[in-house]
Design a binder for this molecule. Sequence first.
Ligand SMILES: *Cc1c(COP(=O)(O)O)cnc(C)c1O
Length: 382
Amino acid sequence: MSNDRFIPLSVPNIAGNEWQYVKECLDTGWISSVGEYVNRFEQMVADFAGARFGVAAVNGTSALHIALLLSGVKYGDYVILPNLTFVASANSIRYLGAEPILIDADPLMWQMDLDLLEQFLQEQTVLEGEVLLLKKDRKPIRAIMPVHILGNLCDMDRFQSIISKYPIAVVEDSTEALGSTYKGRSAGRFSPLGCFSFNGNKIISTGGGGVIVTDDEQLAKHAKHLTTTAKASPDEYFHDEVGYNYRLVNVLAAIGVGQMELLPSFIKRKKECVAYYKASLQGVADISFQQELPEVETNGWLFTIRTEKQKQLLDHLNANKIMSRRFWMPMNKLPMYSHCLFVQHSDESDKIYNTCLSIPCSTGITDEELEIVQREIKNALS
Ligand SMILES: *Cc1c(COP(=O)(O)O)cnc(C)c1O
């Protein structure tokens, strides 16, 4: 074992035509906010997810921001969100002047706990005409943002049957879940607008980037308009609403096209990693895994194990130059969101936060590296 070996958590894998496509952008001068690769990338992501339209954005956070805006979320509204998520989900809500209502995690699937959600809606909300209000202060609950945590999906049939009784919009944070399905339907397709992210550790990467997918042509056009400064005239600087400069530039979209060509092979490799880790770590110490429903095929985005010996394992892996990461700190523990309503029985988010560790699963990881990781996990816990 060489001393300079380091096994990263989940890093980009530039293995196809990315270089050639980027060179073409540079050679032709089409490097900026319009270009053939932007259109191609949008369509490839939409096709892959089974949607009619794709709208590129500068990152997943901005995609979520625009999707919430288009779903009618306004200043002073509430948006229901899982407490256990990456901060970008909550930030996208706050950008609109809205506040998250945080729902605790399911202890087995680590997604929003649907029992808690149902109970919350029944007990703590009230309908006023067509608007759902939080009983306590009678402010509108305008939307809910399910997050497909680690590429897993919750019981989406049950989710939809709970939600269908209430007049609230659904905006999926499917940023981690490109390639994941529930009953054959792609993540991002359980709401009118679904959002994907292509930052450095996602299953494919454009360095930074995002795409909104939808079947609704009007929504797609409006999303495009809002992400490109809302310019309403081709030859004059006439802007008809407050737009955003959220475009994904052609150079990055060119990387995205190269990455999309590789996505099926990336998903295959992620699944091999999941299968390998599950087989080799099953029954080791107190290790357990995120539960998946039989209806769910996940993209295996970021393999994560659970053990009471989190710190011991983290220290051992660090000392052995194997990168490993705790989960995101739950939203209710962050200063900006600590005052938010947190719906919970026994703070499962905190328990997950204190026991889970993500372990290396880059699509470019070698079999030898996988073997080293599982061996060192066993060494740490034995
Ligand atoms: C990656 C991610 C996002 C979006 O992140 P960007 O870096 O802005 O692309 C949003 N929510 C979750 C849960 C994520 O994992």
